[in-house]
Design a protein around this ligand. Structure first.
Ligand SMILES: Cc1ncc(COP(=O)(O)O)c(C=O)c1O
Length: 444
């Protein structure tokens, strides 16, 4: 059965909002104007607008008209939707198709009749010690020094660890130092909580310690947040030397470090985290989202000894505890070693995809490492990024506009390309070829 006309029109308007034809905050055509465009009546358009308002896409004001509602920049930067035949280059997640059989098997195995009933009830404290021990093993594998499972807290992914730390260790109005280009999820927490991001300059090796020093002296940030491995979005990994220099700046100032090392499993060799150098001034975050599955929402947070009670009490207050059922699956996968095989497999896929991307994108200006999940692509000089992202979307390619990674959302000549969210190799290569074609056309 075909859809009623007003629904078809509502769908068409959503598409036009999605591709940026109707921009956020802009006024939509009057009922009469749109009715003429779609050869229908103003009453049908009124019904379409009512539906769009109910679904949260637009806002209507008596006497003023209807306006496109602002979406959060996080949703614009990262699109999790999957549409067959389209190419989602915007979300950084593992190539899930490769993990599903192993994950299904593991989940089945976990929840046989032998599963502990305690897993299904409330658990005292913020998680069971066996889950924290497994977390400790996961963190140690990538070079973190953890002396006791008591120092590991369980969170709903890295995002929850970040929001918890920002809320607990800064006040509204405080400044928070971040890499001048960083993961939009960090910026959105900072802004949602009424804190102010201060960008620290980057060079080709990552955060510049002398600039961090300046920011710390001038702005006295409560927190400094660094993504040290395969930085999102620039892909740089901090050398040991840089890590030491950053640690020494943090040591000298009255501030905490949050080290979000969610991509450490992609490093060719283990590099000691900054936290090892300043364990009493740094929080270290990892999660299983990138290596195994974002749907598991398993995050691990290693905190300084002095802050464990404070943090545990806060997590207990806010969520009681992260789901023990998910952490049981994670624990069994860590204890059997399967998790490290799966993480390695994803690293190999990332390497293959990087070499395909190099071949297809040829002469384009890109930043990435051999095993990064993504590429930071510089668009040709004459190209307007907003328009380019919109045209790409019209042709079925979702890219992340560089402006959402800038601490002040200023214009950027870059887009971030995820190489991992498209499951099929051939479909992935076709998408890249389409993108290259669009880039070549834009240079004419
Ligand atoms: C640097 C960084 N931190 C945190 C996250 C969120 O991770 P999680 O899914 O574990 O909450 C992401 C996701 O893209 C990320 O890139």
């Amino acid at each position: 059965m075909s859809k009623p006309k007003y629904q078809e029109i509502a769908d068409a308007v959503i598409h036009l909002i999605d591709i940026g034809h109707y921009k956020e905050g802009s006024k939509l055509p009057t009922h009469r104007a749109l009715a003429a465009e779609y050869s229908t009546t103003p009453v049908t358009i009124a019904k379409a607008y009512t539906l769009l308002a109910e679904q949260g896409h637009i806002e209507s004001f008596v006497g003023r008209g209807s306006f496109v509602k602002s979406k959060s920049s996080l949703r614009q930067a990262i699109q999790s939707q999957f549409v067959e035949d389209e190419w989602n280059f915007s979300i950084l997640q593992p190539c899930l198709a490769q993990q599903l059989t192993a994950l299904h098997q593991q989940i089945n195995q976990c929840f046989t009749e032998t599963a502990s009933p305690a897993l299904f009830g409330y658990i005292e404290d913020t998680g069971s010690i066996s889950h924290k021990e497994a977390g400790m093993r996961w963190l140690q594998q990538f070079g973190l020094q953890v002396r006791s499972p008591e120092h590991v807290l369980l969170t709903n992914g890295a995002q929850h660890a970040l929001s918890t730390l920002i809320e607990l260790y800064s006040q509204p109005g405080d400044k928070i130092a971040v890499e001048s280009l960083t993961y939009p999820g960090i910026l959105s927490i900072i802004k949602a909580l009424g804190r102010e991001p201060m960008g620290v300059e980057l060079d080709e090796q990552g955060m510049r310690p002398e600039c961090l020093q300046e920011v710390c002296e001038q702005h006295k940030p409560s927190l400094v947040i660094v993504v040290p491995s395969h930085q999102n979005p620039t892909t740089t990994t901090l050398s040991l030397e840089r890590r030491k220099a950053i640690a020494s700046v943090i040591q000298k100032h009255s501030t905490w470090l949050i080290e979000d090392d969610i991509y450490s499993f992609l490093n060719p060799e283990v590099i000691a985290p900054i936290t090892n150098l300043i364990p009493e001034k740094s929080f270290y975050i990892s999660s299983l989202s990138k290596a195994i599955s974002p749907g598991m929402r398993c995050g691990y947070l290693k905190a300084p000894q002095s802050q464990i009670d404070n943090l545990s009490a806060y997590i207990r207050t806010m969520i009681w505890l992260a789901s023990p059922i998910n952490f049981e699956v994670a624990t069994q996968m860590i204890n059997s070693g399967l998790i490290f095989q799966l993480a390695d497999q994803q690293k190999r896929i990332a390497q293959q995809r990087q070499s395909v991307a190099k071949r297809v994108l040829k002469d384009e200006t890109t930043l990435s490492q051999q095993s990064s999940y993504h590429i930071w692509l510089t668009l040709p000089e004459n190209v307007d990024t907003d328009k380019f992202v919109m045209t790409a979307k019209e042709r079925g390619m979702f890219l992340s506009n560089g402006r959402y990674f800038c601490h002040n959302e200023e214009y950027s000549q870059h887009v971030r390309l995820s190489l991992m969210s498209i499951a099929d190799d051939q479909h992935f290569e076709e998408g890249l070829a389409q993108l290259k074609h669009l880039l070549d056309q834009s240079k004419l």
